[in-house]
Design a protein around this ligand. Structure first.
Ligand code: NAD
Length: 541
């Protein structure tokens, strides 16, 4: 096909409101109910095969953990090896397929998500990750469609990137090859969109992938595979294997054709994977690409000139939406003494109105945390705070796991700026607030900067331009996504490319050119149009 094709200019998928009595709300809740009472079996996707294994695990809604949604497979070693083999077999044909064909697969996947599969992928995310209608919509429908559409557009920008100069008689070209080998994508539970993007982005760039989703997200991962299949992704390009993370990783990272890691999850696991790659470096045919987006201890810093209502709204939405289980969720806040009483009163009053329960009832702002391990860890933080002399629980502090893993949004007021819940990632609905003397603004900026090893997101609230600038400068390396007078969450693909530095990741900004560049290896081609035919340069006389 001859033509420099232009892909559709990407536009963010419109977020549906799901207001009471709207047809979209009814359709989504009907899908949720229907899926709740079906039992499904999620296979391994290995090349053309959908494989069932001997050992299986149950999938249960975190808000209703006695109910079984279905089962998924627990892969054995040979399955992982077969999945890598299937990927490598698909490699050449996929890498050589014209880019517009690859683009069409992902554009179709995005359109399927936005239409036919919208309710299904949202309902799956509500059921297995306990997201309410709004959280499911902005993640699994909108962000995933955005990732695919924007990635296609950015891919064409990368391919258009060519050497700037050509000397007389020479034509220079750049080819943006896929990597040689397979990519290992390891994904977290908390965003269906991330789960789809981590295998999807390298595949779009012509790579083949072994994908290991989180045990707590398999149910919606299966919908992603269904969409890829219907969009025409050839078998073997993305192979999904569920099961023992350690065993799967050991096989993937000791394979000579391992070409790159696309990871999102916790910091310690990423460090462990990086070390393993380092130890195995002599095994590989190439230096593997390593991309990892990891933990956070995201902050809110309020200046004495900030608006109380805006700060409180930023805190409630930023800290408690999706039960604080967003890597970007604010979990430590710094509030000036002059505003503390007003902020505290308003925060307590607003949190009194927050409802918690199953996502099947859209009036629930808070749903369950992901699993028992997470519930117990969060409760540990709450119980220790109750006993610590430097802490007072000013809201929440209650929890119940009898039916679902429910933890009330909890606010701790501490007089110790380095108390454990100001420093460690909790990944739950717990916000800790430290009150500073108004005169200590400059010192507090430094405190925010130095308190945590993470640097993912942060929010500064201020109506003083001098203060705002001072904080923006003082916190240069404290966040990869900085919000001014806004909550710390809710990055939109193409608008606020997302990722952090320090212990929060390699900051390759998912859904941007920077990320896609990690999945290509350029080949420079110089062609002499007038090839020299004697070795004698003029200076030789
Ligand atoms: P997790 O680290 O527990 O799991 C992530 C993935 O790693 C899962 O697929 C898991 O099975 C796998 N895994 C677990 N142990 C492993 C091992 N020993 N070897 C190889 N793989 C292993 O994370 P999670 O609970 O699913 O997600 C929450 C974490 O992810 C938080 O720390 C959060 O901050 C982070 N996160 C970061 C971003 C970001 O963009 N920075 C986005 C989302 C989540």
């Amino acid at each position: 096909m001859n033509g420099f094709f232009k892909v559709p200019y990407p536009i963010n998928e419109e977020v549906k409101a799901y207001t009471p009595n709207s047809p979209e709300r009814k359709a989504l809740l009907d899908t949720y109910k229907a899926m709740y009472s079906q039992k499904i079996e999620v296979p391994l996707y290995i090349g053309k095969q959908k494989v069932l294994t001997q050992t299986k695990k149950d999938m249960r809604p975190p808000h209703d953990h006695k109910h079984v949604l279905g089962q998924y497979q627990w892969a054995e070693k040979t399955h992982v090896e077969d999945a890598i083999k299937a990927a490598l077999e698909a490699q050449q044909a996929w890498a050589n397929l014209a880019w517009e064909q690859r683009a069409a697969v992902f554009l179709k996947a995005a359109d399927l998500i936005a239409t036919k599969y919208r309710n299904k992928i949202n309902a799956a995310t509500m059921l297995c990750q306990s997201k309410n209608v709004h959280q499911a919509e902005i993640d699994s429908a909108c962000e995933l469609a955005d990732f695919f559409r924007f990635n296609v557009y950015y891919m064409t920008q990368i391919y258009a990137e060519q050497p700037t100069a050509n000397s007389f008689g020479v034509w220079n070209r750049s080819e943006h090859r896929a990597l040689e080998g397979f990519i290992y994508a390891v994904t977290p539970f908390n965003f269906t969109a991330i789960a789809g993007n981590l295998p999807g982005a390298p595949a779009l760039m012509g790579n083949v992938v072994l994908w290991k989703p989180s045990d707590s997200q398999v149910y919606s991962a299966q919908v992603i595979m269904e969409i890829f299949e219907e969009a025409g992704l050839p078998s073997g390009v993305i192979n999904m294997v569920t099961g023992d993370a350690i065993m799967t990783t050991e096989i993937a990272l000791s394979h000579p054709d391992f070409a790159g890691l696309h990871f999102t999850g916790s910091t310690d696991i990423f460090k462990h994977l990086w070390k393993t790659i380092g130890n195995n470096i002599n095994v590989y045919k190439n230096y593997p690409r390593i991309v990892g987006e990891t933990g956070g201890k995201d902050f809110v810093l309020a200046h004495p000139t900030s608006n109380v209502d805006e700060v409180v709204t930023g805190l409630i939405r930023g800290s408690f939406e999706y039960q604080g289980q967003k890597c970007s969720a604010s979990s430590r806040a710094y509030v000036p003494k002059s505003l503390w009483q007003a902020i505290k009163t308003k925060l307590q009053a607003e949190l009194e109105t927050v409802k918690m329960g199953s996502p099947e009832d859209p009036s629930h702002f808070i749903n369950a945390v992901i699993h028992e391990g997470s519930f117990d860890k969060i409760v540990g933080f709450i119980e220790r705070a109750k006993k610590d002399a430097s802490c007072e629980i000013i809201s929440g502090g209650t929890y119940d796991k009898s039916q679902g893993y429910f933890v009330a949004p909890t606010v701790i007021h501490t007089t110790n700026a380095h108390y454990e819940s100001m420093v460690a990632e909790i990944f739950g609905p717990v916000l800790t607030i430290f009150v500073y003397e108004d005169a200590d603004w400059t010192k507090t900026i430094d405190l925010v900067n130095k308190t945590s090893v993470y640097a993912l997101t942060g929010a500064i609230f201020s109506n003083c331009r001098y203060a705002l600038q001072e904080a923006v400068e003082g916190l240069t390396h404290a966040a990869g996504n900085l919000y001014l007078n806004d909550k710390s969450t809710g990055a939109v693909v193409g608008q606020q490319p997302f990722g952090g530095a320090r212990a929060s990741g390699t900051n390759d900004k998912a859904g941007s050119v920077l990320n896609l560049l990690r999945w290509v290896s350029p080949r420079t081609v110089k062609e002499s149009l007038l090839s020299p035919n004697s070795y004698k340069y003029p200076y030789l006389g």
